[in-house]
Structures are given as C-alpha cells and as structure tokens.
Unconditional design. Structure first.
Length: 600
C-alpha cells in the first residue's frame, strides 16, 4: 500500500501565522505538523509516500524532508496548481499509485495509533475512519449499518449520528475512475465526500472506528489542543507536580464530609487527606464541604493541619448531588473530580485519570480501578503502630458503571478478585460517583438550570443514590463518552455492596440497607426510567427486558417491601420537575449508540 499526504491549502484560519509558511510546517508540540501524518503512515508499514502541496510551498517541504530517509520514508512530491479541492489534489496521485491500494491522509490530521492491522486487512473498495464526537455538526458525518456506511453528510444541521469522518481514508485504484466522473460542488471544488459517496452507492464503503486520540489541527485553538494531547500522550509525567506550567489544567477535587452521632466520617479523613495532598498531579485544588453535619466543629481540627485544602460549610444536608453541585459552583476549573471520603488514593491517581481524559476531546468522564479498602485492618494496624498494613486488598470495588438491557445498573467487577481481567482501557457506560473525573464543559452541556437559576450538574431530585447513573446517562445522550483507566488505582471502604445478581441475593442485599436508603433507591430508579427510557424508541429487546425487570421489581415490592408503594405518590408530585428535565436534556446520540453500551 502507498501513502498520499495532502498538504496544500491557504491556511486562512491560521492567518497571520501562515502568511509566509504553509500551515503543515507550523510546529505542533515538538515537531512540524507534517511529521505526524508521515509517522502515522510509516508506523503502519507505509513508506512509499507522495506529498501534494502548492507551488509556492513545495521548496520548503523539500528542504525540510528531502528524500524522506531521515523520517524512514521514500518521499515523492507533486504540485497542485490552485486550490480546487481535496479530491482534485488526490487526482494528481494517479501515476504515483500506479494501480496499487493507497492510504490518503490530510496533512493537518494527527492520530496517535498504529493502523498496521488495518493496512494488512484492507483488500478493496474504500474505508473511512470514524470518531464519535460531541458536536458532529462541525464535521462530515457517517451513518453506518454494521461496518457498511449507508449515508454521508457534510456538516449537517441535524446529524444522523455522532460519527465524524476523520482525515484518513483507504482506497483501491478505482478511486481515480470515480474522480474523473465528479463535478465541482457549489464551492467550485471537487469534494472528497463525493468520492466516498461513489463508493458508498456501489456498496464498497466500509468504516472503522479509531481507538486512539485524533486532532484536526486547522485552527490556533486546535493546534494548542493537539500539542497538549501529544505531550500528555507521549510524556504523561509532564502532568506531575514538578512540571507545573502552561498546559497543565487545574482539577478541582470535591469531597463531602458528614458527621453525626450515629455515623463517624471523621475516622477516614486523615488517611484520605494525606493520600490526596501527596498526589503527583501538578495543579490540584481540593475542596471539602461539611454537608450539614450535626457536629459543627469536627472539621476545625483539620484546617490547620491541611492548609492546602479549602473547607466549606453547608448548614443543611444538601445530599450527594446537591453537595457536589455546591462545590462545582465555587470552582472554575476545567475538570472536576468527585471523590468519596472513605477512600485511599495512589499518588498518581489523578494524574493517570487526567492523562486518560486528555487523550480524546469527547471524553466527558473517566474513572479508575477501585479496589476494596479493609478499613478495619487499617485501623487495627494504626493502633498497633504497624505501618506496613494499609488495608489495601485485591478485591475489586468498581471498574465503572454497567447498564443492562433491562435498565438495571451495576458496578462492573464488584466483588471479583483482580487477576488482570480489567487491565485494558475501554469504553464504559459511566463513572462510579465514588471516584469520577468529569470534564467541566461536558457538565455544563448537560446541566439543568433550576427555578432558582442555578445549574444542577447532578440532578438534585436524587437526594442520594444513583445520581451518578443519571449523570452518566445524560452525558451519553449528549455525545460525551466515558472511559475506564485501569492504572488509576484507589481503595474504597464500601459499607454495603452488591453480592450476586439473583432475586434472593437482591432481597438479602436490600435487607442490609436502611428503609430510607431503599426508598431513595426505588424512587431514583423510577426517575431514571422516566427520564431516559423512551419506550417507543428503544428496540424490542430492550423494551421487553426493561418491562420484565420492572414487573419482577413490582412483584418483589408487593411481597417484601409494600411500604414502597407509597413512593408512587411522591413520584407523582415530582412529575412536572421530571418533565422539565426531559424536555431540556440535550440528545445528540442515537438510541442505537446507547444500546451498544448495554449488556444482557
């Protein structure tokens, strides 16, 4: 397979930087932009490369790259006279390709992954490489069925999917036959989308999803974002505390503390705070909110011991969501981490999460590998002055949230022994609220503005329990993906955890929880369904599974917890508020995408 890089254009969006130099020669992180598409091709096994650019810039490319030997390639050059579109520039590659298959890459597109497997498997037709994005209206958008592309639109007002077509394409030699049949668009150019439509109409256009990061470095902002992305991908240690500087975004860490005569939060805080102030991430702001504790002075002792931490006070218990919303409103950090107080964090926990979320611009949340913290062992060791026993275990507490086709939600991996089965980064439905890192722009995107004019990032109809599930669902609807980062490790002393998934196990699990907790859990599950389960639009499989699960739940309530039936009155009183939230909820993602995240 051969490679073609298109590096022409006038670079008007980058003026005046491009007044005397081609935009593909501008620096991105530590190299000229053109080096990145060359590296993408050579790492994928493509070393015979053609660069197409304008007459006035060709000498600069030749002086920089020469024969290509220094970058591990054999480079040929071809001049494009005038600006007549990407497809017209591609037509100049016909003699270079000489009947072979080829990869076309736009010179301002930067990829971080290796495509050698795709190169080896590609035989004929054409292939586009897609990335799910939060604002598909800015891109060419593909609609797919299986691996086949069934529709293509350029910057649609109402996108049919959230799958952006990136600047990497594979073609067989028939591309040049199709190119000769194209007519100029309204812009007077031959469009690459029209070439792809020719293949699509012939049933020969397939799609492949990117696994790594991608940037389209066509503006000053996107060049800056691409530089930060590349730096953080290549050198994640740059996020650590001894490297603070430009490009290290601030993270606000929010923790809710609650002390009553019957509940001792205080016992966890020294260990939790110590592990937080030892984080190696360079730019952390820690805020602790006393969330309506009955002991109003219990945090006073920590203020002098931890001057690095900001302590706030709420006179009443705002609940989990309300408490975190209060903290978020006090901060303008571009990232927010919601953490439980009954946790212990490895020193690189936040830096690993940040490295993960910065790897793709459409990630709205990430979470790490949460393991069980045996706090009783930790307390015993502390009394015995045993500094070697930390209470850390190898049992998994959560590796992200799972959604079932029945709309039952679970913490993935909970209770399992960690033998490496969750050691790969992967897409998940959402992040556990015990330890979740959110992108602030994503939170702002899905926030509900209440009657007071305040943004509710977590829905405050959920006083406690399942608000993280609701937020995960809203982020997914708005096109913000979630990812699990396995090397970000923390430990959690979860007081009550799910054990087993059968009916009898559910009964036993609920019997260990207080009546109020079970009421909140029931009501909040109903709110989630009324906000997100659009019954008429989901597939028959999801409808049937959800209805069956609801029926079993109702039978369970009749038999074991009939007092919950009174909560239907409470739900009725909430109906107007629920409806307001449904109407204002942004929906950029298809139901097919949501269902792709579901497990049986």
């Amino acid at each position: 397979m051969k490679g073609v890089i298109l590096a022409g254009g006038t670079g008007t969006r980058l003026f005046p930087s491009t007044k005397v130099v081609n935009k593909h020669l501008l620096p991105v992180y530590d190299r000229p932009m053109i080096y990145y598409p060359i590296e993408t091709l050579t790492k994928s096994g493509i070393t015979d490369i053609l660069i197409v650019s304008s007459r006035e810039n060709m000498a600069q490319f030749m002086e920089l790259l020469g024969s290509g030997s220094e970058v591990g390639a054999s480079i040929t050059y071809r001049v494009q006279e005038g600006a007549s579109g990407i497809a017209q520039a591609l037509s100049l590659a016909e003699y270079f390709v000489a009947g072979d298959k080829f990869a076309l890459i736009l010179g301002d597109n930067i990829f971080t992954e290796n495509f050698s497997d795709e190169v080896r498997s590609f035989e004929s037709g054409a292939r586009v490489f897609l990335k799910e994005v939060s604002d598909p209206r800015r891109f060419g958008v593909a609609e797919i069925s299986g691996k086949k592309v069934i529709s293509l639109e350029e910057k649609p007002i109402r996108p049919k999917s959230s799958y952006a077509v990136t600047g990497l394409y594979f073609y067989d030699s028939h591309a040049f036959e199709f190119l000769k049949k194209l007519t100029p668009s309204e812009r007077g150019e031959l469009e690459i989308t029209d070439l792809n439509i020719c293949y699509m109409d012939s049933g020969l256009l397939s799609a492949c999803f990117l696994k790594g990061a991608w940037a389209d470095a066509g503006t000053h902002d996107s060049i800056l974002e691409a530089s930060i992305m590349l730096r953080n991908t290549a050198k994640p240690e740059a996020l650590k505390a001894d490297n603070i500087g430009i490009g290290i975004p601030e993270v606000t860490v929010g923790i809710l503390a609650y002390q009553t005569p019957s509940y001792n939060c205080e016992k966890y805080l020294t260990a939790c705070f110590d592990s937080l102030i030892r984080q190696d991430y360079a730019n952390v702001r820690i805020i602790v909110l006393d969330n309506g504790s009955e002991d109003v002075t219990f945090l006073e002792q920590f203020k002098s011991r931890y001057p690095e931490i900001t302590f706030l006070k709420s006179e009443k218990n705002l609940g989990f969501g309300g408490g975190h919303n209060y903290i978020i409103r006090q901060s303008d950090s571009p990232f927010y981490t919601a953490l439980n107080f009954d946790m212990l964090f490895e020193p690189d926990f936040i830096s690993k999460l940040m490295s993960g979320i910065l790897s793709a611009h459409d990630l709205g949340s990430v979470t790490g590998k949460l393991k069980r913290w045996d706090f009783s062992l930790f307390e015993k060791a502390k009394k015995e002055n045993n500094q070697h026993e930390t209470g850390k275990t190898n049992f998994i507490d959560s590796v992200g949230l799972r959604i079932r086709t029945s709309h039952r939600f679970e913490d993935r991996g909970q209770g399992e022994v960690d033998y490496g089965q969750y050691n790969e980064r992967e897409e998940i439905f959402g992040a556990s609220g015990a330890a979740a890192l959110y992108r602030r722009v994503a939170l702002d995107n899905v926030a509900f503005v209440n009657d007071k004019g305040e943004k509710e990032y977590f829905d405050e109809l959920f006083f406690m329990y399942k608000e993280d599930i609701d937020l995960a669902y809203r982020l997914q609807w708005a096109g913000w993906r979630s990812r699990y980062i396995p090397d970000a490790i923390a430990y959690h002393d979860r007081t009550v955890s799910q054990k087993g998934s059968g009916l009898w196990n559910i009964v036993k699990n609920r019997s260990h929880k207080s009546r109020h907790v079970n009421e909140w859990s029931f009501v909040n599950q109903e709110i989630i369904l009324r906000k997100h389960f659009l019954d008429q639009n989901f597939s028959s499989q999801v409808k049937a599974a959800t209805r069956w699960y609801n029926f079993k739940s109702f039978v369970y309530i009749l038999l074991f917890e009939p007092h919950l039936l009174r909560q239907y009155r409470r739900l009725s009183d909430m109906s107007d508020q629920i409806e307001k939230r449904v109407v204002r909820m942004p929906r950029q993602t298809s139901i097919a995408r949501i269902e792709s995240l579901m497990e049986d």
